[in-house]
Design a protein around this ligand. Structure first.
Ligand code: DGJ
Length: 733
């Protein structure tokens, strides 16, 4: 054991009293308000003792030898694991043996930025397999990341059958789980259910868009049905952009439930060569006693300030994106017009979406041309340069859409490189969007280079491009790579993402300031596997403000508001047919990264004026909304007729409150909104924002209430018509 070894020596008498799990030493992983306690007897297995509110060293010693200590396997290995539980790791050795008995050799700690990394090294004494289990605990936020490195020195390759990122043991109680479910245009609907007996598996196998249906995050409430601002809740996010499996096992023992998360093993059997090191993705987890909103705030802080969202501590600009305004109908005059319009409403950035590229084939719909990233000179005779110049002359920024991981069967790219798309040997290609779309083989370094150059060429030719919208509209549906060897075809789902991440890292090294949106048919790639390389994501292709209240609600569980692109759209909305007032549309978009997604020329005067007002009122509050502390107050899912949320600054001197009517029946009960996160002793002046054009501000405008009244008595907001909404700024006096 080296100097940094943290396994303390144990009292010999205790060892003899408790021979199977005698305390050799505690491993205490600490964040400001939580402790994770593990223990290991040297030569024994690693045990999970406690995860909860921070303990003193005296309390940690009180756990010992009692049922307070959960004493569960911390990273259960098949064979060694408690037989009724599930393993977190399972390997097939070269000789056909398939058990693993890792025991602890060494525990070290080291400081890394704002965190302490604890490394527990374990080996199997019969088979030379080494596991390094890591816990990285932040001193700035209650967040711990865990992951595992697997390596071996067997003579031949071993097969990883299961290789979770992490496992948590949870004492039984009135446990609930909250996970996200949805689909294209209806992402992130939180589903809350009691943790009943049995095994619950949340899984995604799209290969590319891992957040459209289910999401790789989960909350676990320890104190019954979860509440937004009270109660102990664990939140966990698997930081991976590919297939995954989250498991909640409640079948083994009536004293514990277990949570596991990792890459989906059924779609990837990994052949690990001698001396190769396999590193699992990270699993980030937190515990808050301030309910689900507390968990969200921890994730938001961690993402913004600890590198999990690119330029996470920065605010974002107000933009107009061309897609729902003109779709593929791109031309120079039209783009100039949209730029002038967004500028006239106070916007700061214009983004040209799909349809601008192609030489031999024109991109007028979604069935051709992906891969041909040269400007369409028939549509844009003066190239991208003239658009950048025009934006500059207006004093706004310019952005552009790409979908660099895909091609269409009708494209110059595919004619030149038919072997650069994913395909199965001896089988026909399966085709995605438009019946013609295919995914490039990002396992291949030459293809990675091609994707890098899509960005690099654009940026080299037009260094003033400020923003890129990076889209991905195709699932991984051809299970074969021409690049991977025959015996490693089963690595495809992992190698694709490794290739993607390598490419993104290269782009980020060269273009650290470029703002890149992670779009994937809307919210398909909202995950912490990719966000370290992106400034924001397209929350959903669904811009109907009413449904957005629901979608944005669930998205905010794990993702911060400066990452959530929220755009004002046309009404009636194309996919729901719903007609909504412009006031509602602007109020809904204002609660995150504000933008627009429409043809300004089709707007009425009232719509323009309301949008101008929203943008104008948003700008001075941008920092508070985009970087503030989120408190969700009334959930749209709770059928109370109202949804409401707010942001505060750290000093609690400023806040902004949003409230939306989500159902109205005459004379239905209207709940008071109990604000949260304020200073009870301060007085706050209310100012109504984005006042409806043609109306007077609410009678609450300019009124002063104490934080205590706002939080305890609650505000009654008479939103007494369908699609009524309001936004208030609160300033402490
Ligand atoms: C899907 C995206 O989500 C949309 O916003 C738009 O960019 C289209 N792709 C373009 O094809």
């Amino acid at each position: 054991m080296n100097k940094k070894t943290v396994i303390s020596m144990v009292v010999l008498t205790m060892m003899s009293a408790l021979p199977t799990w005698a305390w050799k030493g505690d491993i205490v992983v600490s964040t400001p308000k939580t402790s994770l306690v593990l223990h290991a007897n040297e030569g024994g297995s690693l045990r999970f003792s406690y995860f909860g509110e921070k303990l003193t060293s005296n309390e940690i010693s009180q756990l010992k030898g009692t049922s307070m200590d959960l004493n569960q396997a911390a990273y259960p290995a098949f064979g060694q694991h408690d037989m009724l539980d599930l393993p977190a790791i399972q390997v097939l050795h070269a000789d056909g043996q398939w058990t693993l008995y890792p025991t602890v050799d060494d525990v070290t700690t080291q400081t890394e930025g704002n965190a302490t990394v604890t490394t527990i090294t374990m080996t199997d004494k019969q088979y030379p397999v080494t596991l390094k289990v890591f816990y990285k605990a932040y001193s700035t936020v209650d967040m711990i990341e865990t992951w595992t490195e697997i390596s071996h020195r067997e003579k031949k390759a071993i097969t990883l059958k299961r290789y979770d990122s992490g496992h948590l043991a949870i004492p039984q109680g009135n446990l609930y789980m909250i996970h996200m479910h949805g689909n294209w245009n209806s992402e992130t609907y939180p589903t809350c259910e009691p943790i009943n007996p049995g095994l619950k598996v949340i899984r995604n196998t799209d290969g590319v868009r891992n957040a459209h249906n289910d999401a790789p995050e989960m909350m676990l409430s320890l104190d019954g049905k979860p509440q937004e601002n009270k109660g102990r809740v664990i939140g966990a996010a698997l930081c991976w952009s590919g297939n995954y499996e989250l498991r909640v096992n409640n079948s083994s023992d009536n004293r514990y439930a277990h949570f596991y998360a990792g890459i989906d093993p059924q779609t990837t059997e990994y052949i690990l060569e001698p001396k190769e090191v396999f590193t699992t993705p990270k699993l980030a987890f937190t515990l808050s006693n301030e309910g689900m909103s507390g968990v969200s705030r921890n994730f938001h802080r961690w993402a913004r300030y600890e590198g999990w969202l690119h330029q996470g501590d920065q605010t974002r600009k107000i933009l107009l994106n061309s897609w729902e305004g003109v779709y593929f109908d791109i031309n120079e005059e039209g783009m100039f017009q949209m730029m002038e319009d967004i500028k006239s409403m106070g916007g700061e950035l214009f983004v040209m979406d799909d349809g601008w590229f192609g030489d031999k084939y024109q991109r007028n719909d979604d069935v051709t041309t992906l891969g041909d990233w040269m400007v369409d000179k028939k549509k844009l005779p003066n190239g991208v340069a003239s658009l950048v110049k025009k934006a500059k002359s207006l004093g706004i920024e310019f952005g552009i859409w790409i979908e660099p991981e895909s091609s269409n069967t009708k494209s110059e790219f595919f004619e030149k490189h038919p072997d650069w798309v994913l395909q199965e040997k001896n089988r026909d290609l399966k085709l995605g969007r438009g019946g013609t779309q295919m995914l490039l083989d990002l396992c291949n370094p030459k293809v990675q280079d091609f994707v890098f150059r899509v960005v690099d060429d654009l940026m080299t030719e037009n260094p003033e491009i400020y923003y890129i919208k990076w889209d991905a509209n195709c699932a991984l549906q051809n299970f074969g790579s021409n690049y991977l060897p025959a015996n490693k075809q089963s690595h495809l789902y992992i190698e694709y993402h490794r290739g993607l991440i390598k490419t993104l890292q290269r782009i980020r090294a060269k273009y650290p300031k470029l703002v890149i949106q992670c779009c994937s048919s809307g919210g398909g790639r909202v995950n912490y596997g990719l966000l370290p390389y992106f400034e924001e994501f397209w929350t959903s292709d669904n811009n109907d403000p009413y449904q957005r209240v629901f979608i944005q609600w669930g998205t905010s569980y794990f993702f911060p508001s400066n990452a959530m692109a929220q755009h004002i759209a046309h009404s009636p909305y194309w996919n729901t047919g719903r007609t909504t007032p412009i006031k509602y549309r602007t109020d809904v978009a204002m609660s995150g990264r504000l933008g627009m997604e429409l043809q300004p020329r089709k707007m009425t005067d009232e719509e323009r004026e309301q949008s101008r007002r929203a943008i104008n009122d948003y700008k001075p509050l941008r920092e508070l909304i985009q970087l503030g502390n989120l408190y969700r107050l009334i959930s749209p899912y709770d059928n109370e007729g109202i949804a409401s949320l707010m942001y505060t600054n750290d000093a609690k001197s400023k806040a902004v409150l949003f409230a939306y009517r989500v159902q109205y029946l005459y004379n239905m009960k209207t709940p008071r909104i109990h604000l949260a996160g304020l200073d009870a002793t301060k007085n706050y002046r209310l100012r109504e924002l984005n006042v409806k054009v043609g109306s007077e501000p609410s009678p609450l405008n300019n009124k002063v209430f104490s934080g205590k009244l706002l939080m305890e008595q609650g505000l009654y907001l008479p939103l007494l018509k369908d699609y009524n909404s309001c936004v208030f700024e609160l300033t402490a006096e």
